[in-house]
Design a protein. Structure first.
Length: 222
């Protein structure tokens, strides 16, 4: 019995076009590392692709460079970050950002973002409950956004300040966000971050492309 051509075309559309559309929707970046870097609990290879929601951890003595269109992020040793597409969420440690596309760094209720979408270099460090923001090239804005229930009495709502080129400023995390300081650097990543990353777009796309087997957390480029 022959199968109508239109039906065959529909089958191929379901098999090929739908997975490709999922791939196109997932923002990605490339991680360059020479050992000592973990993605969602799995040791990363050099030139690994990551997706929004993936969690990166650098071990003592090792760093990683995250590259995407218009931006580069150096993740310093003993740091944990979550990639968010147009930002990284810093759990603890330090990152150095160079961007022409307004790439942001988030530390709980604190957002650090370039003032203008032109080449900007800045550092953000989160250790021992203090957030240090240093503007290397151009100025950056520092925003505080609180919902109210976990904010200090003087910090409800949204506030904003600037760190000018060549300057740095330190912020008390508990004072800004209304919660006790978190553990020092060197602790393991938040388990909910690892779970979220493992269930995120990187895992989904790997399964679609490779069809099962033991699943690494993020796909790797050849």
């Amino acid at each position: 019995m022959s199968v109508p051509i239109s039906r065959c075309i529909s089958c191929w559309l379901l098999v090929v076009v739908v997975p490709l559309s999922l791939l196109a929707q997932a923002p990605s970046a490339i991680v360059h590392a020479q050992g000592g870097v973990w993605i969602n609990g799995y040791e990363a290879k050099d030139a690994s692709a990551i997706f929004s929601g993936d969690v990166l951890e650098t071990k003592p003595g090792f760093s990683a460079t995250l590259t995407l269109e218009g931006s580069s992020v150096l993740i310093q040793p003993e740091s944990v970050v979550k990639f968010q597409g147009d930002a990284v969420e810093l759990d603890h440690g330090s990152v150095s950002v160079g961007t022409s596309r307004g790439f942001k760094v988030l530390v709980r209720c604190i957002t650090v973002v370039p003032v203008a979408e032109e080449w900007t270099q800045y550092d953000v460090t989160d250790l021992n409950g203090s957030v240090l923001v240093a503007a290397r090239t151009k100025d950056v804005n520092v925003k505080f956004e609180n919902s109210g229930h976990n904010a200090g009495p003087q910090n409800v709502g949204t506030q904003q300040g600037s760190v000018h080129e060549g300057e740095q400023h330190k912020y008390d995390e508990s004072e800004a966000c209304g919660a006790p300081p978190r553990p020092n650097a060197g602790t393991l990543p938040n388990p909910k971050w690892i779970a979220a990353g493992a269930a995120g777009a990187g895992l989904l796309i790997w399964v679609i492309v490779h069809g099962g087997g033991k699943t690494p957390v993020s796909a790797s480029t050849p």
